[in-house]
Write a new protein. Structure first.
Length: 229
């Protein structure tokens, strides 16, 4: 079994789910007392959030690249950035290590294709929904991508940073997310990508009839596939 290097803490709420999902996947695959070999470097999220708000993505890339280097030197055989938004600097991270980086959008696209979807909706931070690093990557892989209208994008972003990343999962916010998902389905979305690793803690598959793609779980399982290959 290879050792997974996890860049975590962004937020630590979803890092917990990564750890759980990776170990659950290994248990399902190998049984017994088997568990995942994981090295995690948990970053201080407020510092990164401040840099995000300042638009200093170069500094973010430097910090995540350095953190990935620590994991590689500690023995990580592959790398996972445990958040969607920070894949904006994925190329910087990948370029600074010699081990493979499992990209969350690639893993999600693979799962969407396996399930027969070609027109998908994307929920996430404003960076994920509006910048090209995520939508453009999905489009280059053959998907048509829908995002919420501008006002709803602001609602999703606010809930992520002011509630979900702080461990607050409110019924009112769940209702707003479900309303937004229904609106995207009405525009033709065949499935919705929960493109922030905390959203799956708020919106569960049974909450909506629209198929959901939980990027945290998909990414974690893809890392385990690579670790056991």
């Amino acid at each position: 079994m290879k050792t997974i290097g996890l860049l975590g803490g962004m937020s630590w709420e979803s890092s917990l789910e990564y750890y759980r999902a990776m170990n659950q996947a290994v248990k399902e695959r190998l049984g017994g007392l088997h568990s995942a070999k994981i090295l995690m470097n948990s970053l201080e999220f407020q510092e990164l959030r401040d840099l995000m708000c300042a638009g200093d993505w170069d500094a973010i890339g430097d910090r995540l690249g350095a953190a990935a280097g620590v994991l590689e030197r500690a023995g990580a055989d592959l790398m996972v950035i445990g958040t969607n938004t920070m894949h904006k600097v994925a190329d910087r991270v990948a370029g600074g290590v010699s081990v493979p980086l499992i990209h969350i959008a690639d893993a999600t696209a693979e799962e969407a294709r396996r399930r027969g979807f070609s027109k998908v909706a994307l929920l996430g931070t404003v960076f994920t929904m509006e910048d090209d690093f995520y939508v453009g990557r999905l489009e280059s892989l053959g998907f048509e991508v829908l995002v919420p209208e501008a006002g709803d994008r602001r609602i999703v972003d606010r809930v992520i940073f002011e509630e979900l990343c702080k461990g607050s999962f409110l019924d009112g916010s769940r209702a707003e997310f479900l309303r937004i998902i229904d609106a995207l389905a009405a525009r033709g979305a065949e499935a919705v990508i929960l493109g922030c690793t905390e959203i799956g803690l708020l919106v569960r598959p049974g909450d909506t009839d629209v198929p959901t793609l939980d990027t945290c779980l998909i990414h974690a399982r893809k890392a385990v596939d690579a670790a056991l290959s």
